[in-house]
Design a binder for this molecule. Structure first.
Ligand SMILES: [Cu+2]
Length: 143
């Protein structure tokens, strides 16, 4: 009788732990807020997100998502994201590439970047979709 009770309690703890882990992993990027959305020439929408919705100076996790004209995930086989700051005075051009990996969702990539300094950056995105290669660029301010 006593043994059964112990096993039941362990089972309950295990179940709760499993549920907790499942909840945590079911939304990779669920806490992400859009920094910028931009339409591409081939009518895709690119959304760049992080946890605050603002590009930050320093290291941060990112989400890059491509959706089609209907708002559904777009089929993107590869994507890259680089942050570029043009040369200013004696300061040379700076490039901070993000590392991107695919997720379980088509057209959705997660990654991280370390922005080296606050100021005006150009987010430079390249991708390969059903209609070939494309690219999109937009300015962002890091604080
Ligand atoms: Cu700079």
């Amino acid at each position: 009788m006593r043994k059964t009770k112990t096993i039941l309690i362990f089972t309950l703890i295990f179940t709760l732990a499993t549920l907790g882990a499942a909840c945590g992993s079911s939304s990779p990027g669920g806490d992400m807020k859009p920094i910028q959305t931009k339409k591409t020439d081939d009518n895709l929408t690119v959304t760049l997100s992080n946890d605050t919705g603002k590009l930050k100076n320093g290291k941060q996790e990112l989400m890059l998502a491509f959706t089609d004209a209907s708002g559904n995930p777009a089929e993107i086989s590869a994507a890259s994201l680089n942050f570029m700051m043009p040369a200013m005075g004696t300061m040379a051009e700076m490039n901070d590439p993000a590392t991107l990996t695919t997720t379980g969702t088509p057209g959705q990539f997660k990654g991280s970047v370390t922005i080296e300094m606050p100021g005006e950056w150009q987010a430079q995105i390249t991708y390969e979709g059903k209609s070939g290669k494309g690219k999109v660029t937009f300015p962002l301010t890091a604080n």
